[in-house]
Design a protein around this ligand. Structure first.
Ligand code: AMP
Length: 355
């Protein structure tokens, strides 16, 4: 038996019942519903306002039923109804973002994964401590501007949605920065970005083993980020600034990528360390997560962020990816989640994957 994340009381509504998969209608919900349906589990779409009409366009990914509230803040009030329906909430980025990490963490419904992770990822300093103590290479943080060597990225606290960044190509350029709030100065890593979609199963004892459970790589993408990704078309950043345009990193889409095969051991090592450390720190990050970093020309992978749940980039791989096809053809992250829930229930191990 591994780490118990959920109490008996939390799991009581699921006893002897087929669980329903519930999530907020946004982000990667089509994939989550589609995967649950493929595994024979009923689905519930939580929505704010009337059910979104576009779900009618995708019959294989439309939830079996909708549960509507008039405001996001009312979502916790659906808890009793969700417990009655033996629902398990599958979190995704927008769900946590709209509701807020505290409200999400206190939802009185079984949640897939370990909700303790929320406290570690919503605070950039704690997330950095986690990565650093895991022995994962991360971009250097400059406490003193006089120590700056090379380009830096300035991140305002709570920078969100790709906005709230400032790039300076050297120490002199940084001296011209006029902050409008608290910020950190980080090494700007030159290289290529890879967003690696992993899945950690504490209840699987085959495949790529960790101290407990195993790690799967289900896909990989790169995000299109406006307006920075188009910078090269307009010339150097100074030209943009002269034109009064500030560089931003607003995600507008995703493209599939693969890694040089010889770099895969590094990818697994980094993801494995992140998981092992998460088990020590808070009982483990269970289910899908995304390691987001930059491969330098020296083939060092520096991690600037981790997303601790399903990321929207997995939507590229509804019918499998060049990685998941080596595990099982057609396996999406959404389906992998439903599979984990079904298996854990059959083996009476739901307490290890729900919280
Ligand atoms: P974040 O909010 O940390 O995910 O950063 C948003 C975007 O800024 C990323 O997707 C990257 O394109 C870029 N970025 C963040 N940190 C760095 C870094 N240290 N070096 C280079 N680019 C970065």
């Amino acid at each position: 038996m591994g780490v118990r994340l959920a109490s008996d009381e939390r799991l009581a509504p699921l006893a002897g019942r087929t669980p329903a998969i519930a999530t907020l209608c946004s982000h990667s919900s089509l994939q989550i519903f589609h995967g649950a349906r493929a595994e024979g589990l009923p689905t519930i779409g939580l929505c704010v306002g009337p059910p979104p009409k576009f779900y009618d366009a995708f019959p294989l990914a439309r939830p079996d039923r909708f549960l509507s509230v008039s405001r996001v803040a009312d979502l916790p009030s659906t808890a009793a109804r969700l417990r009655e329906e033996a629902a398990i909430i599958v979190p995704h980025g927008s769900f946590v973002e709209y509701l807020g990490p505290e409200a999400f963490a206190s939802l009185d419904v079984p949640v897939f994964g370990n909700r303790a992770v929320l406290g570690w990822e919503s605070d950039r300093r704690k997330e950095r401590d986690w990565l650093e103590s895991a022995g994962v290479p991360i971009p250097r943080l400059y406490e003193d501007p006089d120590e700056v060597e090379g380009p830096v990225i300035v991140k305002y606290y709570g920078a969100k949605g790709g906005k709230g960044f400032y790039l300076a190509k050297n120490r002199e350029a940084l001296a011209e920065f006029r902050p409008t709030g608290p910020y950190v100065v980080q090494e700007y890593v030159l290289g290529t970005r890879y967003y690696m979609h992993f899945f950690y199963s504490p209840i699987t004892d085959h495949g790529y083993r960790l101290s407990r459970g195993s790690l799967e790589l289900l896909g990989m993408d790169r995000r299109d980020e406006a307006n920075i990704d188009e910078l090269y078309k307009l010339g150097a950043q100074e030209e943009l600034l002269k034109a009064g345009i500030r560089p931003t990193f607003v995600v507008t889409g995703n493209v599939p990528v693969i890694l040089r095969e010889s770099l895969l051991p590094k990818a697994f090592e980094v993801a494995g360390r992140i998981i092992e450390r998460s088990v020590e720190l808070f009982g483990g990050m269970v289910g899908p997560f995304c390691v987001e970093g930059i491969m330098t020309e020296d083939l060092e992978y520096k991690v600037f962020e981790i997303s601790t749940r399903i990321v929207a980039g997995t939507n590229l791989f509804i019918s499998g990816s060049p990685y998941s096809d080596f595990i099982e053809p057609g396996l999406s992250t959404g389906r992998r989640i439903a599979r984990e829930i079904r298996r854990a229930q059959a083996e009476d191990r739901l307490a290890e994957i729900l919280s």
